[in-house]
Design a protein around this ligand. Structure first.
Ligand SMILES: [Fe+2]
Length: 276
């Protein structure tokens, strides 16, 4: 079996075929996958059949795992893995069920001082239609902005807090509540490229800006930067193992499917560093 890496579009993303992560993986293949993740920012490793131990071993080829704050959804035997199951999501106070990651384009877990460098999602079960995930290249978003806007964003910082969702326990709010301050523009520690770095749902406000003004600015910014040319929309297949570089990519889970059909993803996040 020969490993093949194929780009998934002009903006970001590459597919990896011809590799079985349950067996020994050749050092050259590990290096090629790590390089592809660095270059393409989203990597889709197809046709994997892994138990949780094998999944953890495969993901550790890319970094160290870190705790997730959705503690109710963690696998009891393997708390590094969260099981995101569309049938288990409780409704909002207004009675509407919204899937995790479906409210805004965002990067993950910005309520941490060291947010995850990578989010991994492993597709276990999928609805009969819909349930894609969109990814947007934040290097391209930054590069496309006029110099005057870039200069303004360069000095801005976000204040990040965990959301007040019904599925976030009080204990998790205490432990991972945040108030973390991150730069709005960060430099990728491996490539040196600049990216817009933001989680609108967790951004309480910008430093030195009122919440209302902050949210209006953020809405306008997101509306400007997310354009089709910088996006890749992933149509899942069971067995896809997808890795996303949170330092340079925002994502959105399309909430356009029948939740009762069971869209099940196993999620692991990998330790990152302090955004700068
Ligand atoms: Fe997410």
């Amino acid at each position: 079996m020969t490993m093949i890496i194929t780009p998934l579009g002009d903006a970001l993303g590459a597919a990896v075929t011809g590799i079985d992560l349950t067996g020994p993986v050749a050092p050259a293949d590990i290096e090629a996958m790590q390089a592809a993740l660095r270059d393409y920012l989203v990597l889709v490793i197809r046709d994997q059949k892994m138990n949780p131990e094998q999944y953890l071993a495969a993901i550790r080829l890319f970094g160290e795992t870190m705790p997730q704050h959705l503690t109710d959804w963690l696998m009891p035997e393997h708390p590094e893995i969260a099981v995101l199951d569309s049938r288990r999501i409780p409704p909002d106070p207004d009675g509407i069920v919204k899937q995790p990651g479906s409210r805004d384009w965002h990067t993950d877990h910005t309520n941490h001082a060291k947010p995850p460098k990578v989010t991994a999602l492993y597709a276990i079960s999928l609805p009969s239609s819909g349930g894609d995930t969109g990814f947007a290249n934040m290097h391209m978003a930054y590069d496309a902005l006029p110099g005057t806007v870039r200069a303004k964003l360069a000095g801005m910082k976000t204040v990040n807090k965990i959301e007040n969702f019904i599925y976030v326990s009080d204990e998790d709010k205490q432990k991972y509540g945040g108030g973390q301050v991150h730069p709005l523009v960060r430099t990728h520690p491996e490539t040196g490229k600049k990216a817009i770095y933001i989680h609108p749902g967790k951004t309480e406000r910008f430093v030195d800006m009122a919440p209302d003004e902050s949210h209006a600015f953020m809405d306008e910014l997101m509306g400007t930067i997310i354009r089709p040319e910088i996006c890749y929309r992933h149509k899942w297949q069971v067995g896809d193992l997808l890795l996303c570089d949170n330092r340079a990519v925002v994502h959105l889970a399309y909430d356009d499917y029948d939740h009762s059909e069971g869209r099940v993803m196993q999620r692991i996040i990998l330790e990152g560093d302090v955004p700068a």
